[in-house]
Structures are given as C-alpha cells and as structure tokens.
Ligand binder design. Structure first.
Ligand code: HEC
Length: 144
C-alpha cells in the first residue's frame, strides 16, 4: 500500500519534470533571430490591421502551416512542433523578451524568415496586409 503510494508520487513527479522540460515557454527566452535591417523595425501598420483575420491565420489558415503549430495556441512557444525545435519558437507571452521585439521587427521576420531557426519565410504565402493582421493579433492577444 505504502509502496504504491510512493510509486505513484514518483510517477507524477517524473511526468511533471518531463513536461516542464519540453514546455517551451521559457522567460526570459534566448533569442536567435537577428534584428531587422534599417528602419524596418520602426514600421508599424497595425493601426488599420484586422486582428480577427490575424487570429484565423495564426490558428488555422497560414501556409505552410498554422503559426500555433509551433508558437502554441496560447502564444507561449509550446506548440506541438515547436517543442522539438532548437531554438524554441518565440514565446510571445514573455514580456522580458518581447519588449525588444517591435511590430515592424515581427513583420520583417514573418515575411523573410529567421535564418538558422525553424522560422520560415511567409512572404510568398501571405500578403503584407495579412502579415500585419497576424502581427496585430499576436500583439493584442499574447504580448503583455
Ligand atoms: C515550424 C515552426 C514555426 C512556425 C510554423 C512558425 N514559427 Fe515563428 N518562429 C519559429 C522559431 C524557431 C523562431 C525563432 C526563435 C528565436 O529567435 O530564437 C520563430 C520566431 C518568430 C518570431 C520572432 C521575431 C523576433 O524577432 O524574435 C515571430 C514574430 C514569429 N516567429 C511569428 C510567426 C508567425 C506569425 C507564424 C505563422 C504565420 C509563425 N511564426 C510560424 C518557429 C515557427
């Protein structure tokens, strides 16, 4: 009886250790992505962007795959595919890291990708307007 109790406590503990080791979501988060060149990081066209359309792209329709597959439904970088990537996808909920990541910076990386990481260029599959939509969604929903 006691043994079973100890065993189940051990099992629960090890499950917890495994899941937190793979949980992404680190904060502050190491960041491999380089700064956008020139004044691009200062561009911001989110004022007229459509966050609801951005949400659709993020959760479902973006090609080659939905952003949430890597960045997670909660924006914490713990999506199904993201867990296996090194570096991990950006954790948008981490204020300490995101304070260095402007709307224009996000636009540039979504469009052109981030070399040496799993972040692909979406300039061929998303129009600029759609990219601003998704930037607006991420910033209003996840970035605090
Ligand atoms: C295959 C997994 C994957 C998918 C799908 C993906 N990303 Fe990423 N993303 C990454 C990784 C990995 C990084 C790099 C993290 C780092 O810099 O250390 C990243 C970085 C970023 C950044 C960081 C910019 C910065 O300067 O730090 C933004 C913004 C971003 N992704 C947005 C998106 C959006 C929007 C989509 C959907 C259109 C998307 N990502 C789809 C894996 C992915």
């Amino acid at each position: 009886m006691k043994k079973a109790l100890i065993l189940s406590v051990l099992v629960i503990f090890s499950l917890f250790a495994v899941s937190s080791a793979f949980a992404g979501g680190k904060c502050p988060q190491p960041r491999k992505t380089k700064a956008a060149p020139g004044g691009i990081a200062k561009k911001d066209k989110t004022a007229k962007a459509d966050a609801a359309n951005g949400k659709k792209l993020y959760m479902k329709t973006a090609k080659p795959m939905a952003c949430k597959m890597c960045h997670g439904e909660k924006g914490d970088g713990a999506g199904k595919l993201g867990k296996a990537l090194k570096p991990n996808p950006r954790n948008f909920t981490c204020a300490a890291t995101m304070k260095k990541v402007s709307a224009g910076q996000m636009f540039h990386i979504i469009k052109n990708g981030s070399k040496g990481t799993g972040m692909a260029a979406h300039g061929k599959t998303l129009k600029d307007k759609q990219i601003w939509d998704v930037v607006k969604f991420i910033r209003s929903e996840f970035v605090k």
